[in-house]
Design a protein around this ligand. Structure first.
Ligand code: TPP
Ligand code: DXP
Ligand code: MG
Length: 646
């Protein structure tokens, strides 16, 4: 056993790869499922990670790798937070204890990690498009026997992209199987008309009775060939009568099967075998329970989506221990402050695309259900909906994780910025997010927002600043789109509930005067600089510190002061160094002919993998020790002449 390796049950420990699984008798699969489920519980309880979603697809994961010839047959998991069983069955059981840790395996499927991971994921709703692309390529290569399977949840299905993909798949002859894993949950409760439809189709007596009658009639027919022939004839004749009018997926040109019980591994195996023989685009609807097999997770599916480390016997979740126990999370400052503001201003609304718990809008949804909405996984819709509301004078706080906002970029430009609508974008999870890794970092927002005309782009250094920026953004005199971006987790102010104060847009704050060099920060990393200045002082270096607050508009008066006074400048941001805050400062200095030596600290131009945020800050080189080191190095050079290279 490797150090940290989690022990597996007797059958599971014999399975290194799906080829081992396929040697088992079908009757042994239930035991494999039981052992796999236990292994996931054992692993996640000690190492953390996503939990309920993987428990819900244990049987499906086993059945898929048992029936399909993976990796030749291509399996695409949507989001990938449910793919732990898949990872464990495909060569990564022994290293599963390194899941989401620095230098360990990723929490999501990743192409360079395994040939069984056919497509890199983390963001939702991409699976059908990706699998369709693979299926079309297979057809062109003449691979008629190859299967392409997209496993997508009911939450991920609420986005636009799957419908774009199904609209295409339905008129293609591509060999694609979509498995809709319907557990009636997203992270929070799933929302919208599709959810209602999936419930209706599951419980519809007419539809199910007709389907069951047909199958039992077919079962009574004498020969399998005759059954098949009869099935297809019946299917054809009933197509117009029932399916198209009563089934959304059939209307899109997909053959619809189900719903079936996604926890019955034998039934899944039989069904997948049947479907393997049916060419063309098709969808299998399975019903599962998120958190299946761990009672507490079944009972509170939101809490157990990603609970962190817990005691698997008692179910007690270990609360994360923060450096500053009393300081709140930025998320809660947002969640409580928007309620305060909304009570005073009836025009205020809150919008989240599927992250009410994550971003804390849930508090407002509970208190003011008409004015705070979860629109499902639909970032593009969230932005344009906010734009529509803004045309009517509403003050909308559209709260989207920074990395998920990437897919709504055109809506920000076309629907908001070009019309200069004063939508307030609260970009949560800005900067480096930790365990979720490269797909989830909010690394690019400063760069991609600051290049758009009309935008105001800001980042608070602490809770009070967040509140004041939120307050300023909703004032009637603020007529531009307003970005406020802040990181995941804790701030720094135990006494965070300060009275609201207006901030002058484009005005920074001088935190500390100094004479040797200037450290310019944006957002939360300003706190790293505060500590760095204290440390530098003990070594006789007198650094000035400016919290610039805005990347757009820049505080030009402050930058003139800095340009005139300092020949050494360090900029610090938790965003990409390519085109971000540091670049904006350099552009200003260049335009005004200031020539200080400038070092830009931030996220380098490569993908930062999973790990703890502190490890990632250190790796990128913008934490306190890195600021101290860069300052000391800069002080060794002759100001304004030598160029410092890290
Ligand atoms: C574009 C995007 N928006 C939001 C998320 C956050 N997110 C991850 S999983 C999830 C719920 C997905 O629900 P579903 O597809 O039904 O899977 P389940 O967890 O129920 O198995 C959400 C909202 C994401 N990963 N990507
Ligand atoms: C898979 C996914 O996208 C989410 O579950 C994400 O991991 C949530 O991240 P937070 O824990 O930061 O809300
Ligand atoms: Mg779901």
């Amino acid at each position: 056993m490797l150090m940290g390796e989690i022990p597996a049950g007797p059958l599971l420990s014999q399975i290194e790869l799906p080829s081992d699984l396929r040697k088992l008798d079908k009757m042994q699969l239930q035991q494999v499922c039981n052992e796999l489920r236990q292994f996931i519980i054992d692993s996640v309880s000690v190492n953390g990670g996503h939990f309920g979603a993987s428990l819900g697809v244990v049987e499906l994961s086993v059945a898929l790798h048992y029936v399909m010839n993976t990796p030749y047959d291509q399996l695409v998991w949507d989001v990938g937070h449910q793919a732990y069983g898949h990872k464990i069955l495909t060569g990564r059981r022994k290293v599963f204890h390194t899941n989401r840790k620095l230098n360990g395996i990723s929490g999501f499927p990743k192409r360079d990690e395994s040939e069984y991971d056919t497509f890199g994921v983390g963001h939702s709703s991409t699976s059908i498009s990706a699998a369709l692309g693979m299926a079309i390529a297979s057809k062109l290569k003449g691979e008629t026997d190859r299967q392409h399977i997209a496993v997508i949840g009911d939450g991920a299905m609420t986005a636009g992209l799957p419908f774009e993909a199904m609209n295409h798949a339905g008129v293609s002859n591509a060999n694609i199987l979509i498995i809709l894993n319907d557990n009636n949950m997203s992270i929070d409760a799933n929302v919208g008309a599709l959810k209602e439809y999936l419930t209706d189709i599951t419980t519809s007596h007419t539809y199910n009775k007709l389907r069951d009658d047909i199958w039992s009639l077919l079962g009574k027919l004498p020969y399998p060939e005759f059954q098949r022939d009869m099935a297809s004839k019946l299917k054809e004749s009933l197509k117009g009568a029932i399916s198209k009018s009563s089934n959304l997926f059939e209307a899109l040109g997909l053959r619809y099967f189900g719903p079936i019980d996604g926890h019955n591994v034998t039934k899944l195996v039989e069904t997948l075998r049947d479907l393997r023989d049916i060419q063309g685009p098709k969808i299998l609807h399975i019903k599962t329970v998120k958190g299946k097999g761990y009672k507490l997770a079944e009972e509170d599916q939101t809490l157990w989506h990603a609970p962190g480390i817990f005691d698997k016997i008692t179910g007690k979740i270990n609360k994360k221990v923060f450096d500053m126990p009393q300081a709140p999370k930025y998320q809660d400052v947002f969640g409580y402050s928007i309620i305060e503001l909304a009570k005073a201003n009836p025009k205020i609304m809150g919008i989240t695309p599927a992250m009410p718990s994550g971003c804390s809008l849930k508090y407002m949804m509970e208190e003011m259900p008409d004015r705070a909405l979860d629109v499902g996984i639909a970032e593009q819709h969230a932005v344009t909906l906010s734009a529509g509301l803004a045309t009517q004078g509403m003050k909308v706080y559209c709260n989207i994780y920074s990395s998920f906002m990437q897919r709504a970029y055109d809506m920000v430009v076309h629907d908001v910025a070009i019309q200069n609508l004063p939508v307030i974008f609260c970009l949560d999870r800005a900067g480096l997010v930790g365990d979720d890794g490269g797909t989830h970092h909010g690394a690019y927002d400063l760069a991609y927002m600051r290049c758009i005309p009309n935008m105001i782009v800001s980042a608070p250094m602490n809770e009070q600043e967040l509140r004041n920026l939120m307050y300023t953004a909703q004032l009637d005199e603020t007529v531009n789109p307003f970005v406020i971006r802040y990181p995941r987790g804790q701030g720094v102010m135990p006494e965070w509930k300060t009275p609201f104060e207006k901030i002058t847009i484009g005005q920074g704050r001088k935190i500390k005067d100094g004479k040797d060099l200037a450290i310019l920060t944006i957002g939360h990393p300003g706190n790293f600089a505060v500590k760095a200045c204290t440390e530098l002082a003990t070594e006789g270096i007198d650094a000035a510190h400016y919290d610039m607050r805005f990347v757009k508009p820049l505080d030009e008066a402050m930058l003139h002061e800095i340009g005139r006074k300092f020949s050494r400048v360090i900029t610090v941001e938790d965003g990409t160094v390519v085109g971000g805050f540091g670049s904006a400062v350099l552009e200003f200095f260049n335009a005004h002919n200031y020539k200080p030596q400038v070092e830009i600290l931030g996220i380098p131009d490569r993908i930062i993998e999973h790990g703890k945020p502190e490890e990632q800050h250190a790796e990128c080189g913008f934490d306190t020790p890195a600021i101290v080191a860069a300052s000391k190095l800069m002080m060794q050079t002759k100001a304004g002449l030598d160029v410092v290279h890290a």
